[in-house]
Design a protein around this ligand. Structure first.
Ligand SMILES: NC(=O)c1ccc[n+]([C@@H]2O[C@H](COP(=O)([O-])OP(=O)(O)OC[C@H]3O[C@@H](n4cnc5c(N)ncnc54)[C@H](OP(=O)(O)O)[C@@H]3O)[C@@H](O)[C@H]2O)c1
Length: 255
């Protein structure tokens, strides 16, 4: 089978990747650069964004820091980035955080923070992307949902709700933006070995971790496994795909 690189080419195209300082976002930025994209790297941690930049292929990549939990700042920030960069072929919104907390300890502040980081940021980035001059003639957005947006787990209700909301958001945006030839899709990963998983696994016993690994018939994922699916949807390989969710989970939801 041909490697995904031989099917996809972003030559001459700019793409934005949020969450590019770590995990899935970083790996996606690296892959898209190897596919000849010029990448705008977004996150909060400047040093780690610089670290990502050193791993990119090609030239012309930039770093644009923003706290995406601050909904009021996103649109002005996005417009100023666009004024420097020109239209985007794709936006991959991989920034996100996971609130792991039993329902009885959930506070409005924590729920709001989860909501703003995972969902409101997606809405405001989409609003910016849809503006005139911000997107290329055939363009796409990819949001990173989760298998927890499709099925449940204790202590992850707020996170799961934010990820399920992204699936609904992508469907309606796909309908609204199809006349502009903007496609909107989600990728829903199973558990992937990134810093987020490391943080989560600190809350589990070795037996619980083993059970989680076993729940994935193909084992835990690597960030590159998710990046491959993102690249496919973001590029013209996904040109007839919109409003859908591609599950990338090593078989987690097949059972
Ligand atoms: N790992 C998994 O098992 C898994 C499974 C399903 C879905 N996902 C989803 O995949 C996405 C990426 O996860 P990951 O595992 O790669 O996580 P990660 O390694 O912890 O990376 C999270 C990224 O989000 C950025 N971020 C967090 N809060 C931000 C904010 N307020 N403003 C701007 N950037 C922010 C971080 O950048 P800074 O720290 O630089 O701000 C970092 O680059 C998330 O949406 C996550 O929910 C992950």
């Amino acid at each position: 089978m041909a490697a995904v690189e031989s099917l996809i080419d972003f030559a001459g195209a700019s793409v934005m990747v949020t969450g590019a300082s770590s995990g899935i976002g970083r790996e996606t930025a690296i892959l898209l650069s190897r596919l000849n994209a010029t990448v705008i790297l977004c996150g909060r941690n400047q040093a780690r964004l610089e670290e990502t930049r050193t791993q990119l292929a090609g030239e012309g990549h930039s770093i644009e820091s923003c706290d995406l939990a601050d909904g009021d700042r996103i649109l002005p920030w996005f417009r100023s980035v666009m004024a420097r960069s020109g239209p985007l072929k794709a936006m991959v919104h991989a920034a996100g955080k996971q609130l792991t907390v039993p329902l009885k300890f959930v506070t409005p502040k924590a729920a709001d923070d989860q909501w703003r980081t995972n969902l409101q940021s997606s809405i405001m980035l989409a609003r910016g992307f849809a503006e005139k001059g911000a997107h290329a003639p055939e363009s796409s957005m990819v949001f990173i949902s989760s298998v927890l947006g499709l099925g449940g787990k204790p202590a992850l209700s707020v996170y799961g709700a934010s990820k399920a909301a992204l699936i609904g958001l992508a469907k309606s945006l796909a309908m609204e933006l199809a006349p502009e030839r903007i496609r909107v899709n989600c990728v829903a990963p199973g558990y992937v070995r990134t810093e987020m998983l490391e943080e989560m696994s600190g809350l589990w016993s070795p037996e619980q971790f083993e059970a989680l690994v076993k729940a994935h018939p193909l084992g835990l994922g690597a960030a590159r496994d998710v990046a491959n699916a993102i690249a496919f949807l973001a590029a013209d390989t996904g040109r007839w795909i919109t409003g859908t969710t591609l599950v990338v989970d090593g078989g987690y939801t097949a059972q």
